[in-house]
Write a protein that binds this ligand. Sequence first.
Ligand code: GRF
Length: 197
Amino acid sequence: MRVAVCISGRGSNLEALIKALPPGSPAEVVLVISNRPKAGGVFLAQGHNIPTHILADPADPAEWLTVLKAHDVGFVVLAGFLKKVPEPVLTEYRWRIINIHPSLLPNHGGPGMYGMHVHRAVLARGDHESGASVHLVTAEYDEGPVLARMRVPVQAADTPEELAARVLKAEHKLIVDAVLAAAAYKGRAVSFNLAER
Ligand code: GRF
């Protein structure tokens, strides 16, 4: 399965995928898409000789579909990608675009809920657990059906940074398992229970 990973930032989830999916794996990262030319994930991809594409206009479906087709991409992962995917792309890649989010959705998702904002909200509400979620991407931020979640405990004295680091470790496991699960179903994203795997 040929996978494109879309990023806007440092790309640690991208790195987890690249490491877990060497050439010959059932899924392989063949393209990295970014809206930011200087995002850490872009340099990371270049260091691994993975083709990169910087979107001139993230809202232009034709640009997306041209680059995805040019690289024969069958599955798309949003990993810290902060723009919306245009609807015609969602339609063309129905069931084949997933996002990773650093909370137990449906808690703490939606517009503006990204990065440290999420972890601050978890602590402010006094939640005893947080985690990572993988969901299908739809037209609204973080609203598509949740496919898999992985729980992590919140410690009483956690700072947002400490919680973020703990959740990020879970993300790195969950994203790899989600992509491998999709590869096992011929590129169709499927729900699974991490605890049972
Ligand atoms: C992750 O927490 C991810 O869940 C969220 O953005 C962050 C990206 O981190 N959507 P990285 O760029 O993969 O390191």
